[in-house]
Unconditional design. Structure first.
Length: 643
């Protein structure tokens, strides 16, 4: 779920000083795009830059990274401090933009930013994007960053080893860096061979034998372009990406000044781009570009699945297919939780997710809105909560209208009837939970953190009556840990007669392997519930059968689905409710948990059908390998990701 950003300036530096009074306009826009995508990763941040037309002997590619908790702010402050020092030293003059290009590393035309959400590798600087591949040849230099997870990284690294390479890092980022780098090498070698041949160098690599004083027969014949001038980035990406399995939005800068963004053929990971006369920009989220460049949604274009958008060193924009597009499987979790909710489509979809829950909620509270109060936790569920309330209000309006008309027709419409219909039976919503405290990182003891965890949120006392059902909307329930340790204890302080936790997402049953860090089956509360039910119903032999089948790792078969088949979703939900109830809870009310149905999920998100975490239907072969491997790890009690 990492965030990427590219800013490619299309005008000379002097233009931005004259038009905006900001010689660092490009760098400021990059920071804004990254800040507006801060939701996508707090495990690290990085920036990179490439300058165009730098004379030989001077550096032209630069990078800064940090893995501190405030990484983005630290990097930006560091760069601005350097800029200020150069101004104070007299080497930079704001009214002379060329001095900025000459002396300030990030006074560059091509800028890249990355916000890391770790799903593979560690959390040290060595795993922080962007990654660098260096060479004395501009076209063989590569800076790479992305939002991706490659499920066949092991196989890709094995191929590199078979070629004779010695990978130092086995993470998928390093593998992709090498594959794109090798394709750049091949393009460079082919162009250089044409250039060398035209120059007449001998077969043994020496210069041509001739008398430098001898007269020439005429003007020199123009030769093939230099490798940097003839680089076909789309061709390079087509060669590199063949055989990749996973979800990816890959952003890259080449030392020539070419830059690109490439999206996986299933459209799993998002990528958008924007252009005007001043800039070409790329981001993981559309709304970041809308805010950053004050434009309408219609001005921002989606990178098509399997396609790349390239801006060449000369400023030409190229779009092209790199990998044949496959049936679309855009990640639904992007819309449910990860992406910023102020995108117009995402806002509408989250409201629809809430509205789709109305039937199930009404059943749980016996259609008794008079004795129910609605809230949400965490804040990311607020929009869905609003959608649920609006749907309940719409239904209540229909009932009121129907009964009013019936009372009028029967001549029974009096003040008491109006009061009963118009004033009663409406859904009541309150600000139930308030985030009150962030547990400090200096509290290193697990024991003490667990003691304080129930107090991360506080409640609005007096909002719930003893005979109320308290309905709380959550965006998703993954591990159930927060419910056990904090939320249920906190909500029980309000002493409702019943607590209904409502998830806008269906039960999360299967690991993700395309960019969300939830890959261990044993940590899913839905899986925990299914295992408990298997043992309670005397079906333990099923676990051994599934284990044996998973060892074979057949392509295209998810054997873990058999774990859930004996039970209805409602049975698993009831078991989850029992599992998340703290054993020492001093409250006797009932807990119920409601999950979105798969059908209603698709109704709310018709364009984002990637639902493998709920259904086990993976779009790529690597997904099936991961889920089967995850079950083997669970049975063998081996911790770690399944990819």
């Amino acid at each position: 779920m990492c965030g990427i950003a590219i800013v490619r300036l299309r005008q000379p530096f002097a233009h931005y000083q004259e038009a905006h009074g900001a010689p660092l306009w490009g760098l400021l826009k990059l920071f804004l795009l990254m800040e507006k995508q801060h939701n996508r990763g707090q495990d690290g941040a990085g920036m990179a830059a490439v300058k165009l037309g730098v004379p030989p002997g001077e550096p032209f590619m630069f990078r800064e990274r940090s893995v501190r908790s405030d990484a983005l702010d630290r990097i930006f402050k560091l760069l601005l401090d350097r800029y200020g020092t150069l101004v104070a030293d007299g080497r930079i003059h704001a009214d002379q933009p060329d001095t900025i290009r000459r002396h300030f590393d990030f006074g560059a035309e091509v800028l890249l930013g990355h916000l890391r959400y770790g799903t593979s590798g560690g959390y040290t600087m060595s795993a922080c994007h962007p990654f660098f591949r260096r060479s004395a040849w501009p076209e063989r230099n590569l800076i790479l960053a992305g939002n991706f997870n490659i499920t066949n990284a092991r196989a890709l690294n094995d191929r590199l080893i078979a070629m004779g390479q010695h990978p130092i890092v086995s993470a998928d980022t390093q593998a992709l860096l090498e594959y794109v780098g090798l394709a750049l090498d091949a393009a460079h070698d082919a162009a250089l061979e044409r250039r060398v041949t035209h120059a007449g160098w001998g077969a043994r690599g020496g210069p041509p034998a001739h008398d430098s004083e001898a007269p020439t027969a005429g003007p020199p014949v123009p030769g093939p372009p230099a490798p940097a001038e003839s680089l076909d980035v789309l061709g390079v990406l087509r060669r590199a990406a063949a055989g990749w399995d996973g979800g990816y939005s890959l952003a890259g800068l080449v030392g020539t000044g070419d830059c690109f963004v490439l999206r996986d053929p299933w459209g799993i990971r998002p990528a958008f781009w924007y252009q005007d006369d001043e800039v070409v920009a790329v981001a993981s989220e559309r709304v970041a570009l809308m805010t950053g460049f004050n434009c309408d949604a219609s001005a921002v274009r989606e990178v098509a699945p399997g396609h790349a958008v390239v801006v060449t060193r000369a400023g030409e924009i190229q779009e092209g297919e790199v990998v044949e597009p496959r049936p679309r499987a855009s990640c639904s979790f992007e819309r449910i939780y990860f992406s910023r909710g102020n995108d117009p489509d995402i806002y509408r979809e989250r409201k629809a997710l809430g509205a789709q829950l109305a039937d199930q909620v009404l059943v749980e509270i016996d259609h008794d809105l008079e004795r129910a109060v609605f809230g949400f936790i965490p804040n990311t569920a607020e929009t869905a909560h609003g959608g649920l309330i609006q749907e309940l209000q719409r239904r209540r309006r229909a009932v009121v209208k129907r009964e009013l008309l019936a009372a009028m027709a029967a001549g029974q419409l009096d003040e008491a009837a109006v009061d009963r219909l118009v004033l009663g039976g409406w859904p009541r919503t309150e600000k139930i939970a308030v985030k009150d405290l962030k547990i400090r990182t200096f509290i290193g003891s697990e024991k003490w953190r667990n003691q304080l965890a129930p107090h991360i949120y506080d409640v609005s006392y007096g909002t719930v009556r003893p005979d109320d059902a308290l309905v709380v909307v959550d965006d998703s329930i993954v591990r159930g840990t927060t419910l056990r340790r904090s939320i249920i204890r906190m909500l029980a302080r309000l002493n409702p007669r019943m607590l209904v936790i409502v998830s806008t997402a269906p039960q999360i049953r299967y690991p993700d392997c395309y960019g969300i860090d939830m890959s261990e089956l044993g940590k899913f509360v839905a899986f925990e519930a299914a295992i408990a039910l298997i043992h309670e119903t005397g079906q333990a032999a099923l676990l051994e059968e599934v284990y044996r089948a998973c060892l074979d790792e057949p392509v295209g078969t998810n054997h873990v689905q058999r774990i859930y088949e004996p039970f209805r979703p409602e049975e698993i939900s009831a078991k989850i409710a029992a599992l998340v109830r703290p054993s020492d809870l001093d409250w006797e009310g009932e807990i119920r948990i409601v999950f979105q149905t798969i059908e209603h999920l698709h109704a709310a998100l018709p364009e984002h059908t990637g639902d493998w975490y709920f259904t086990g239907r993976y779009p790529t072969p690597g997904g099936f390998r991961v889920v089967n491997r995850a079950f083997v790890k669970y049975v063998d009690r081996v911790e770690g990701r399944g990819y």
